[in-house]
Design a protein. Structure first.
Length: 118
């Protein structure tokens, strides 16, 4: 497993959760790390990403509520989710663009479930 996500769970609407994702020590030259999500019956969509230089981008649906951050030295990416809504319910996946075993590609974590109750 190249990335390991954690921090999902059940929360009431209006609440907060913080997701964490650790990239394997074997992934090098990480240029971007991000979070995607897949809601039931929906396609996977971008939530947010952050570059190694600290530039960020957010989906319009989460802008102002979610904050992505990273620790490049630890190869970690975080997603602070505030003011959660039932429509945020989804499996959240982290990814990283980097080099693993001499192959530069995008690598994915296994997903962590976030359930927001109304």
């Amino acid at each position: 497993v190249q990335l390991q996500a954690s921090g999902g769970g059940l929360v009431q609407a209006g609440g907060s959760l913080r997701l964490s994702c650790a990239a394997s020590e074997s992934i090098f030259s990480i240029s971007v790390m991000g979070w995607y999500r897949r809601a039931p019956g929906q396609q996977r969509e971008l939530v947010a990403y952050i570059t190694s230089g600290g530039n960020t981008n957010y989906a319009s649906s989460v802008k102002g509520r979610f904050t992505i951050s990273s620790d490049n030295a630890k190869k970690m990416v975080y997603l602070q989710m505030n003011s959660l809504k039932p429509e945020d319910t989804a499996v959240y996946y982290c990814n990283a663009e980097g080099e693993y075993d001499s192959d530069y590609a995008t690598y994915w974590g296994q997903g962590t479930l976030v359930t927001v109750s109304s």
